[in-house]
Design a protein around this ligand. Structure first.
Ligand code: NDP
Length: 247
């Protein structure tokens, strides 16, 4: 795959899916800005790993829900590299409860972490990418944003909102050659799904045509494709990476 841009910012990039996205994009020659909000040692270790394989990486600390922090990070990247080629809005959380037990605060915490953060990132990127007349953004949504899930009304709303928001950004970015797309992973083996009980995992696997959870790298490969020049005519699209669980 080829990339016209030279760098990428990945939110929540220090571990799990975010870390695989960083590694895959670095392997294509992009300088990867690894965002973390806590645990600098994990982000630094990933930076060293990428550099030891000949890649380029930098770490940048901010909470993706913090408007000022996010926009200052983008400014710092522009000052350093002269451009922001790509953004991956990957940072996300869950806070699962049945709706009748979910407080408004439980609901809003997930909307803020998943949807508000992606909005801030997409908006700030659109500003700088508009001047460049080039850029591409991938938002990491979820299968749950497409089909809903019991116990996840907050998460489903955040990820479903992300899909509609991505399409709207795609309309606004297209006249300036800026593409916005979503990836919707199914069940992927990460810290987020590690907490599920074995019987719940088995139940999900029975319903997955490919009969296994996905790997973070399989999501990362889809992200790389959507960002790449090979996807130059694809915008406002939703790419499912779910083993056939929801077609
Ligand atoms: P993890 O919980 O393993 O990692 C989440 C990452 O997001 C961590 O690096 C975390 O940082 C970071 N993060 C969370 N909130 C913020 C914030 N406010 N600011 C900055 N960073 C933040 O999740 P996954 O890797 O599994 O998931 C990555 C994305 O993929 C998420 O958006 C998730 O919703 C989505 N997804 C995952 C699926 C799965 O099966 N795993 C399925 C579908 C979608 P920290 O280390 O500080 O906590």
């Amino acid at each position: 795959m080829t990339f016209t841009g030279k760098n990428v910012l990945v939110t929540g990039g220090s571990r799990s899916i975010g870390a695989e996205i960083c590694k895959v994009l670095a392997s294509y020659g992009l300088k990867v800005w690894i965002n973390y909000r806590s645990k600098p040692e994990i982000a630094d270790a990933l930076k060293s790993e990428i550099e030891s394989q000949g890649g380029k990486a930098a770490v940048v600390c901010f909470d993706a829900t913090d408007e000022e922090g996010f926009s200052n990070a983008i400014k710092a990247i522009i000052e350093s590299d002269g451009e922001l080629g790509y953004l991956v809005n990957n940072a996300g959380i869950t806070n699962d409860k049945l709706a009748i037990r979910m407080s408004t605060q439980d609901f809003m915490s997930v909307i803020d972490a998943n949807l508000k953060s992606a909005f801030i990132g997409a908006r700030e990127s659109l500003k700088v990418m508009s001047k460049q007349r080039f850029g591409s953004v991938v938002n990491i949504s979820s299968i749950v944003g497409e089909k809903g899930n019991a116990g996840q009304t907050n998460y489903a709303a955040s990820k479903g909102g992300m899909i509609a928001m991505t399409k709207s950004f795609a309309y606004e970015g297209a006249p300036r050659n800026i593409r916005f797309n979503c990836v919707t992973p199914g069940f992927i083996r990460t810290d987020m799904t590690e907490v599920l009980k074995d019987e719940i995992k088995d139940m999900y696997i029975k319903n997955i045509p490919l009969a296994r959870f996905g790997e973070a790298k399989e999501v990362a490969n889809a992200v790389a494709f959507l960002l790449s020049d090979e996807a130059s005519y694809i915008t406002g699209e939703v790419l499912k990476v779910n083993g056939g669980l929801y077609m």
